[in-house]
Design a protein around this ligand. Structure first.
Ligand code: GLY
Length: 418
């Protein structure tokens, strides 16, 4: 992705303002709501075929679009996009190289829905299998079930011919060790008392400015990263992933010229999560939902919050009842806000991005916040003949913070990572 945050004007989280609704030019009204055919008005306004995905699908969408345009199936097109990051060891949020759970084990989640045949498949908490999106499709096609989890899902994948492999790359293992070290003043990880290099934890010097304390913390982490053998060009990235644990994921929805539509979502979930934690990505109706009569939607972001509002399903039902893609997404975000009684002190630790594609080709990307602290503005990637990245419309202007909360990282320290 070429967009950086360098020129982006940071605004205060607590000074957040809700934005208005309306961009990406999608009119209200269901395209072919409730299965009825042919509301002529909307159908000629938007381009088909079209694919929408998350920022990490940018490099894979061209190939998928060509496949779709040549008559390829909509789910297979979406899977072509998400397989890219699943195979990429450098993408630390999906598939191979995904950041592990707190025990250093990579556990993957995925689901898919095929609009034309109205089928779904899903897998959760899968270890040792890289392409879980394809395993979700195999569950859909080869079993009478919708969801398999854990060891059973892994055994099913192996039976289907998926190779078992170690998903923890050397880099993601070292980033995980660095994360352990970062927290080691409160646990048994890191140098022991008997270690000749052990030093007592530093007392917080009275009156020392926060930014200086943070600079010291960053320097200490960089030194640990060097000790762990992380090469100099990857040290900043490793420190960044320890200070701002990523919650990346990829969703993709694809619509062909005939109006057939499908979607899928895949992830390694929250970095350093509890073993066995399953997020929203494999939950049909939360991480992804597709209804051939209405459209397809998916999510990346705070999985627990999205599960509680059944985000993707809520969006589809909102569109079924006449909302535009953007209105439908904003309403789902408002439900998250409502769950916290509009308490901005809590909502600053939540973030969510919805990718929404209506059956007529109208689409929207909406997010709770402008971006993650220390990261880029949220974007969606679109291909309808032209590949492009577009800023999501944020409900609140500002940057969300990581949870569990560290003391706030001062702006001058954050700048080092941009
Ligand atoms: N949205 C991805 C997760 O929470 O696991």
């Amino acid at each position: 992705m070429s967009v950086t945050r360098r020129d982006f004007v940071r605004t205060s989280v607590l000074g957040a303002v809700a934005t208005g609704i309306g961009a990406h030019g999608a009119a209200s009204g269901p395209p072919n709501g409730n299965g009825a055919q042919g509301h002529a008005s909307a159908n000629d306004m938007y381009k088909r075929p079209i694919i929408i995905t998350a920022h990490n699908g940018f490099n894979y969408i061209d190939d998928a679009y060509a496949f779709l345009k040549n008559g390829g199936d909509t789910l297979d097109a979406a899977l072509r996009v998400v397989k890219g990051p699943e195979d990429d060891p450098k993408d630390t949020s999906v598939g191979l190289g995904g950041l592990p759970n707190e025990e250093g084990v990579v556990e993957l989640d995925s689901c898919c829905m095929h609009g034309p045949t109205r089928r779904a498949g899903s897998v959760g908490g899968v270890r040792n299998i890289k392409n879980v999106s394809l395993v979700a499709k195999a569950v859909m096609e080869q079993t009478g079930h919708v969801m398999l989890v854990g060891e059973g899902a892994e055994r099913f994948a192996v039976a289907m011919g998926f190779p078992r492999e170690n998903l923890l790359t050397d880099h993601s293992r070292k980033v995980w060790l660095l994360w352990k070290e970062y927290h080691s003043t409160t646990d048994w990880w890191g140098p022991a008392l008997a270690d000749p290099h052990w030093q007592p934890p530093q007392e917080q010097p009275e009156g020392k400015p926060q930014s200086e304390l943070w600079q010291e913390r960053v320097r200490r982490l960089e030194k640990h990263a060097a000790n762990l053998g992380i090469v100099p060009e990857l040290r900043r990235d490793a420190v960044y992933k320890v200070l701002f644990p990523p919650t990346g994921t990829i969703h993709c929805s694809a619509l062909n010229e005939k109006g057939e539509i499908s979607g899928c979502t895949t992830t390694s979930g929250l970095a350093y999560k509890l073993p066995g934690r399953v997020g929203d990505s494999p939950i049909i109706g939360a991480g992804c939902y597709t209804d051939q009569d209405v459209g397809s939607a998916g999510a990346t972001g705070s999985g627990e919050e999205n599960i509680k509002v059944a985000g993707a399903h809520t969006i589809i039902e909102n569109m079924r009842h006449g909302m535009s893609p953007k209105e439908a997404g904003m309403d789902a975000l408002q439900r998250i806000v409502r769950n916290y009684n509009h308490d901005m002190k809590k909502l600053q630790f939540v973030d969510m991005i919805y990718y929404i594609l209506r059956r007529d080709g109208a689409y929207a990307g909406v997010s709770l916040w402008t971006g993650y602290e220390g990261g880029h503005p949220h974007q969606i990637v679109v291909h309808d003949g032209t590949r492009r990245a577009e800023d999501a419309t944020a409900l609140f202007q500002g940057f969300s913070r990581d949870f569990p909360p560290d003391p706030k990282v001062p702006a001058e320290v954050q700048k080092q990572f941009q």
